[in-house]
Design a protein around this ligand. Structure first.
Ligand code: SF4
Length: 304
């Protein structure tokens, strides 16, 4: 998801139109005659050349996971009451960002152009189901409370409510088919960028054309991902870094008796914004986030 300051001249809908009319997308359009005979979805763009971003060994990720675990516990101890669980998430976000920045600096020597395509106004990946840890939802709610104006809070609450009504209970593919932007996307940029979940921090693409293609062809994109032996245009290193950080954060949560199960972002933040004593509720083991649980995918159709 975009980690470069997006261009405010673009709006989310502009980016969708831009991506949908990307030359690669046009080249992949299925001729009408073919569609009439057999509904075939277009093929994805060819993947880019091998990446300079080399994933580390398993021991390094385990080390990061442990560091995230202790960082979260330390942060919880030193934060003021009411901000402890949010601070756990913030501290792990900072650690993961630090590690990713260092890996990126190694992969991109000074003066070398980045191979990462994510950039201004490109928010194709912000139209899908995003998972979030409960403490991350709490961190986003705190960010909104501390940084947004009353007007912004009202606007985002309305967008969250509308999106939640449209997406609650939808599986990942059903959510993607809706092509609805994340409630936090404003003018093509993430309005909670500093507090965005680790899952959003994980996504880095080397091919914006592929992301645009996936946005308008969700079923073909799902099949493409399932059929691939590699990660396609998506970088493995940041995904593994954020995964390790998330695992460490979840372990820290469990060791302090806080639920660490992943939730659906929109519903989770809606709840976090509405529950006044979230921290106490979570520490008491109250199932405050039960309604934001991830949907169970539908079982496969029986073969006929
Ligand atoms: S929180 Fe929403 S807008 Fe922000 S990066 Fe994630 S999906 Fe995109």
């Amino acid at each position: 998801m975009p980690d470069v300051e997006p261009n405010p001249k673009f709006s989310a809908s502009d980016s969708v139109v831009f991506l949908a009319t990307h030359p690669r997308s046009a080249a992949m359009a299925v001729p009408a005659a073919v569609v009439r005979e057999k509904p075939v979805e277009p093929a994805p763009p060819p993947p880019p050349a091998p990446s300079a971003y080399v994933a580390a060994d398993a021991a390094s990720y385990r080390h990061l996971e442990t560091a995230a675990y202790y960082r979260a516990l330390d942060a919880a101890r030193s934060a003021p009451a009411g901000e402890r669980i949010a601070t756990m998430a913030r501290s792990v976000h900072a650690l993961a960002d630090e590690v990713w920045a260092s890996v990126r600096a190694d992969a991109e020597p000074a003066g070398q152009r980045s191979e990462i395509a994510c950039g201004a106004g490109c928010a194709a990946c912000c139209h899908q189901l995003v998972t979030v840890a409960p403490v991350e939802a709490a961190a986003i709610a705190l960010f909104v409370a501390q940084r947004f104006t009353p007007e912004q809070r009202k606007d985002v609450a309305e967008r969250i409510s509308t999106l939640d009504a449209a997406t609650r209970g939808k599986t990942a593919i059903e959510r993607t088919r809706l092509r609805l932007p994340c409630a936090f996307l404003e003018g093509g940029r993430c309005s909670i960028y500093e507090a965005r979940p680790l899952r959003c921090r994980a996504v880095h693409s080397r091919d914006a054309g592929h992301c645009g293609w996936a946005l308008v062809n969700p079923d073909a994109a799902t099949q493409d991902r399932a059929a691939r032996a590699d990660s396609g245009p998506f970088l493995v290193a940041p995904a593994k870094i954020m995964d390790a950080a998330l695992t460490g954060l979840a372990r820290a949560c469990r060791s302090t008796a806080i639920d660490g199960e992943s939730l659906e972002l929109t519903a989770a933040v809606r709840i976090a914004l509405a529950v006044p004593d979230l921290e106490d509720n979570l520490k008491n083991g109250d199932p405050v986030f039960a309604a934001a649980a991830l949907p169970t995918p539908a079982p496969p159709e029986p073969a006929s």
